[in-house]
Design a protein around this ligand. Structure first.
Ligand code: GAL
Length: 419
């Protein structure tokens, strides 16, 4: 099957061959498909656009709204099938590997070697950026999902300190409920439910249990008593969101915390980009802390730009885009705004705020203590088929279709079928 796909994709890509540097739709420079459409994301993206403009490289923007990138990947598949692949595409983890295995991505080894990417990009990212020894994408950042964001004034007014254990978190939720404040701002979308699940699962299973369940897909852990407890805790979270959570976009949930309408949001650190974009200051307006019980772990997802093969060698624009992304100055300027941390280990944390500095320190500590692992929710633990199967079970449970015991059993079946 894979060889058929490889041929089919290669033919489609060959049909998209455009002379010289023009992208398929005739624009000069690069056409970039991405899903960075929130205020904070757009502000960060402008850092990259301005950087390329200063180098004389044109940018044709192809934003596809939809948190987590599901909608963007659907549009991408349609573009490639039509023989009209964009120049560069935002991608995550196993999706990058899948496109590389279909022969769809250009080989970036020349620019990677010239700039020493192998020496500065962490091994955890290289496993999703290099396939069969070839660099196939340019890592932009390292996000992580096991964060909690809190409105400091709301917590202070209710005598709540940042919780460090599940029990303290439950107590804080009860205090906010009693005060008539929405404890948790949340958007009821499968990718968001599963982003919350990342941290909750880590808090119960620990790094070994998380790896056994979601990387090794060990059925005894996927369906075990600890997984039932994970779903029990997800039910507690469900009981602490507002009545209008269903379908809410993630950045609107972040705005609820920014505005003091809710106490907490459990979300990846792209949420920090919204606080920064709103002019808020860590430690003064908001708090950032690891989901209680996961202070020593990092569930990561790295944004990368895949350079789609345009039917020939990597174009000058693609190489320049990749080079701009990996430049240390861009890595600092972009990630300060995006809420993520740099994709290279030699960037100073000087320009980063307290949350950014903690994120960089957490990443280094987790990487050196084998506590760094890919986010299930954002395609860094297993391929899309398994990720989507997990989405379905987690969101069905969150919406009350399964009790916790049933959800654990359904997880075993869903993951088994999806492999
Ligand atoms: C993640 C992505 C982030 C942010 C988030 C919300 O998958 O890595 O950069 O876009 O989705 O859409």
């Amino acid at each position: 099957m894979r060889s058929f796909l490889k041929t089919k994709t290669a033919i489609a890509l060959a049909l998209s061959v455009t002379a010289g540097t023009a992208s398929a739709d005739g624009h000069s420079g690069v056409e970039v498909l991405h899903w960075w459409t929130s205020g904070g994301e757009a502000a960060a993206l402008n850092v990259l656009k301005d950087d390329l403009e200063a180098q004389g490289i044109g940018w044709t923007d192809m934003p596809v709204a939809g948190g987590g990138g599901e909608q963007a990947m659907t549009v991408l598949r349609a573009r490639v099938t039509a023989g009209n692949a964009p120049t560069a595409v935002q991608g995550l983890g196993f999706d990058i590997i899948d496109w590389a295995n279909q022969g769809a991505l250009a080989n970036l080894n020349e620019v990677a070697a010239a700039e020493g990417w192998d020496d500065v990009v962490p091994a955890a990212l290289q496993q999703f950026a290099k396939v069969d020894g070839a660099w196939v994408s340019a890592p932009v950042n390292v996000h992580s999902t096991n964060w909690v964001w809190a409105n400091k004034a709301v917590l202070d007014a209710n005598g709540i300190a940042a919780p460090t254990t599940w029990e303290e978190f439950e107590s804080a939720l009860a205090t906010l409920q009693a005060a008539g404040i929405t404890p948790i701002a949340h958007g009821g979308q499968a990718w968001q439910d599963t982003t919350v699940f990342d941290g909750v699962a880590m808090s119960v299973l620990g790094i070994d249990g998380y790896r056994a369940a979601f990387v090794d897909m060990d059925e005894s852990v996927l369906g075990g008593a600890d997984m039932v407890e994970v779903f029990n805790r997800m039910a507690v979270i469900r009981a602490n969101v507002d009545d209008n959570f269903s379908g809410r976009d993630w950045n609107l949930a972040t705005a609820m915390v920014i505005n003091g309408e809710a106490g907490f949001q459990m979300m990846g650190d792209w949420a920090k980009g919204e606080f920064i974009n709103a002019g808020k200051v860590p430690g003064e307006d908001f708090l950032c802390f690891r989901f209680p019980g996961t202070q020593d772990q990092v569930t990561f997802n790295a944004d990368q730009f895949m350079m789609f093969d345009q039917g020939g060698a990597v174009s000058e624009q693609q190489a320049a885009l990749a080079s701009a992304i990996l430049s240390p100055t861009f890595q600092s300027a972009f990630n300060v705004v995006k809420g993520s941390v740099p994709a290279r280990t030699d960037v100073s944390d000087e320009a980063f705020d307290a949350c950014g500095k903690q994120g960089m320190a957490d990443l280094a500590a987790a990487a050196s203590s084998d506590n760094l692992i890919g986010s299930v929710a954002h395609g860094h633990a297993n391929p899309a088929s398994v990720k989507n199967a997990i989405y379905d079970v987690v969101t069905a449970h969150f919406n009350g279709e399964f009790d916790s015991e049933t959800a654990a059993a359904e997880l075993v079946d869903a993951v088994s079928i999806a492999q």
